[in-house]
Write a protein that binds this ligand. Structure first.
Ligand SMILES: Cc1cc2nc3c(=O)[nH]c(=O)nc-3n(C[C@H](O)[C@H](O)[C@H](O)COP(=O)(O)OP(=O)(O)OC[C@H]3O[C@@H](n4cnc5c(N)ncnc54)[C@H](O)[C@@H]3O)c2cc1C
Length: 396
């Protein structure tokens, strides 16, 4: 990717804005909320996201008519590079901004676009993704949550699971079966459902990191307006797959661009400790650097395209690389990485460490285990590649 002189001017503008604004009440947010640390300073990060929105730094890639900047890939990369360089906090808006927003721009009615896009852009409504169920994870077409029309409302009954950020979300896009007796991808609809109503119960699930980034969500006669269906009723599978392609591809751009900063931070640790002189660790650090160059080159070459196979390849490349970084961080930090650090107050650290005792590297190491699962596991991505790119027949 080549950046034009105008792109570089844009970089200067982004850098100057971040330098001037990550100050005062926002200064303490530097570095907050990375992988496995979504609970950190959530309210302050929300305020920061609204501050970004007020200055036009959310939804950069959306067309201008929907409140975005119509920024191409180069400028989005620049924004994320500068965001990571400034150590700005992890954004809380990704599900709405990167998944639902582009889906509504592609498939939504003008009324849906008018109703739902401005609050996503302004960060006044947060979203979660209601796809997975206890019996429908990798096999997503097995969705059993039902919705029936009752006058002017859809009435939804069923259970979702592993729903990231459900505990803070105002709305959920729910894949539900709206044609009784239908099977697999047929008869599913993509519904927009308010979370704050009596028919919705959110139960947090405790994760490896000791915190709860995701929850179980129970719909028990929950309601949403009959007009809040994206695409035609019964055609939700097509819309859901488009959102999944975003999740495997462009939506993770910011995360991937942030990897360079994480690797640089780890290299800084290695330079000032014995790890930097250990021949094996030097070798692994060099391999990590090479691996990141390869991920970056593949991402820049393929993002913005619409080939789902490439999205699957990229998903495997970045998630494997990031898991490797977590493992390498544990090696660089050595034996102390196996124990928690003593929290303020004198309580002894726990072994194995949990919850508040974990530092950012331990959280990265533990949370990155999830990256080869969410958005479709590695095995599922390889099945897609085997069928589409290699032309192999599906197993009987
Ligand atoms: C941190 C995190 C956040 C998540 N956030 C969300 C969210 O916000 N919304 C949401 O809807 N979902 C979310 N998920 C769920 C995620 O999409 C599912 O976990 C994933 O699709 C796998 O489904 P499953 O957990 O039911 O595992 P299963 O489908 O039961 O799979 C179990 C194992 O079997 C393997 N397997 C299954 N089928 C095949 C096959 N055909 N061929 C080869 N191997 C196979 C899998 O690869 C896996 O190793 C999240 C998951 C995680 C870990």
């Amino acid at each position: 990717m080549r950046f034009t002189p105008q792109d570089e001017e844009f970089r200067v503008e982004v850098r100057a804005w971040l330098d001037a604004n990550l100050t005062g009440p926002f200064a303490c947010l530097r570095g907050a909320g990375g992988p496995g640390r979504e609970h950190e300073r959530f309210e302050e990060r929300l305020a920061w996201n609204r501050h970004l929105a007020a200055a036009g730094w959310t939804c950069l890639g959306w067309p201008a008519e929907f409140g975005g900047r119509g920024a191409g890939l180069a400028r989005q990369v620049i924004f994320h590079e500068e965001y990571a360089r400034a150590d700005a906090p992890a954004r809380v808006t990704i599900v709405g901004e990167e998944l639902l927003g582009p889906t509504l721009i592609a498939f939504g009615t003008p009324e849906q676009q008018r109703r739902f896009l401005p609050p996503i852009r302004a960060v006044t409504e947060l979203w979660c993704q209601g796809y997975s169920e206890p019996g429908a994870g990798s096999d997503l077409a097995n969705v059993a949550t039902k919705a029936v029309l009752d006058g002017q409302n859809w009435v939804i009954t069923g259970q979702k699971i592993w729903t990231s950020l459900a505990h803070v979300a105002d709305w959920c896009f729910v894949l539900a079966r709206t044609e009784p007796g239908s099977t697999r991808g047929r008869g599913l609809s993509y519904l927009l459902v308010p979370m704050r109503q009596p028919g919705v119960t959110v139960r947090p699930i405790r994760q490896l990191t000791g915190t709860s980034e995701f929850s179980e969500v129970f719909f028990d006669g929950a309601r949403t307006d009959a007009a809040h269906v994206v695409g035609e009723p019964g055609d939700g599978w097509r819309v859901a797959k488009a959102t999944l392609a975003l999740e495997r591809g462009a939506a993770m751009l910011g995360l991937q661009v942030g990897f360079r900063r994480e690797l640089e931070d780890l290299l800084a640790v290695a330079r000032r400790t014995q790890a930097g002189t250990d021949p094996l660790l030097r070798d692994k650090l060099a391999r990590a650097w090479i691996g990141l160059e390869a991920v970056r080159a593949y991402a820049l070459d393929t993002l913005g395209g619409d080939d789902p196979t490439e999205a699957s390849v990229l998903k495997i490349l970045w998630s494997r690389w990031h898991q490797g970084l977590g493992e390498l961080a544990m090696e660089v930090l050595g034996a102390p990485s196996m124990a928690g650090s003593a929290p303020p107050g004198g309580r002894p650290p726990k072994t194995p460490p949990e919850g508040d005792d974990l530092d950012k590297w331990q959280r990265l190491y533990l949370f990155s285990r999830a990256e080869t699962i969410y958005g479709g596991s590695d095995e599922i991505q390889r099945n897609i590649i085997a069928a589409r790119a290699l032309g192999l027949p599906r197993p009987a």
